[in-house]
Design a protein around this ligand. Structure first.
Ligand code: MD6
Ligand code: FE
Length: 203
C-alpha cells in the first residue's frame, strides 16, 4: 500500500455506528439526499448524496464544485457531527478543521462509484478521511493514472480509511456493495462519509 494510505477496521464500535446513523438521520432531514448528475451529459449518479459542513461537494451539468448551500433547498448544509470532527483531529493531526463532509448513500445492487481522484480542493496537504457504515463494499485503489492496476480492499461497517501522503491523489472507487451484509441501516445499503479540507487555512 502507498505511503499515507491507512485502513483502520472497527474504528467505530457498533454503538458509535448506531449513534452516527441516528445523527445522519437528522442531517438528512435538514439536507435531503439527492441524486447528482454528471457534468456535460447529465447522466444520474447511481449513488445519492448530501453534505455537512461549511462547503458541500456537488455535481451538476455545469461541473463539480464546492458550495455552501444545498442545490435543491438552497439552505446552508448542517454542521459536521462533533464526533467526526474529533476523529479528524485524532487521525490527521491537521491544524485546521475539515470543511466538507460528503455523505454518499448506496442503495441497491447497482450503486457504485467509478474510479476518480478527489481533486476539486484548493489544498491537498490534508489527508482525506472516510467512514463506512452499513453493507460491506469493495474499495479499489489505483495509482496516479486512471489506467493501470488497482488493489481491492473490503471496507466493513465501522472502518475508517485515511488517504494522505502519496495516496492523496490516487485514483480510487467503489466497485461493489454487498447487499445484506449489515443490518445497521433500515432497508439496507451503505453510507460513506468523506471528510476534506477544501481551502487553505488562515495563518
Ligand atoms: C466511498 N469513497 O467509500 C467513496 N475518497 O463510498 C471515496 O471516494 C473516498 O473513501 C477519498 C478518500 C477516501 C474515500
Ligand atoms: Fe473519493
Amino acid at each position: 500500500m502507498p505511503d499515507g494510505f491507512k485502513i483502520i477496521p472497527e474504528y467505530l464500535s457498533p454503538a458509535a455506528q448506531a449513534d452516527l446513523v441516528e445523527t445522519l438521520r437528522g442531517i438528512a432531514a435538514e439536507a435531503p439526499f439527492y441524486r447528482p448528475v454528471m457534468p456535460g451529459n447529465g447522466q444520474p449518479f447511481s449513488v445519492e448524496m448530501t453534505n455537512a459542513g461549511p462547503l458541500g461537494w456537488v455535481s451538476d451539468r455545469s461541473g463539480y464544485r464546492y458550495q455552501s448551500t444545498h442545490p435543491s433547498t438552497g439552505t446552508a448544509w448542517p454542521s459536521i457531527p462533533a464526533g467526526i470532527l474529533a476523529a479528524w483531529d485524532e487521525l490527521t493531526g491537521y491544524p485546521a478543521a475539515p470543511e466538507c463532509c460528503l455523505i454518499n448513500l448506496y442503495r441497491g445492487e447497482k450503486a457504485r462509484m467509478g474510479l476518480h481522484r478527489d481533486a476539486d480542493e484548493e489544498v491537498f496537504d490534508a489527508p482525506v478521511l472516510s467512514f463506512s457504515l452499513g453493507d460491506s463494499a469493495t474499495f479499489r485503489l489505483g495509482g496516479a493514472s486512471r489506467r493501470g492496476p488497482t488493489k481491492a480492499v473490503t471496507l466493513h461497517s465501522g472502518t475508517v480509511l485515511v488517504m494522505g501522503g502519496e495516496s492523496r491523489m490516487a485514483y480510487h472507487g467503489i466497485s461493489k456493495v454487498f447487499s445484506g451484509t449489515s443490518r445497521l441501516l433500515n432497508g439496507g445499503g451503505r453510507l460513506n462519509l468523506t471528510l476534506r479540507r477544501v481551502t487553505k487555512p488562515k495563518p
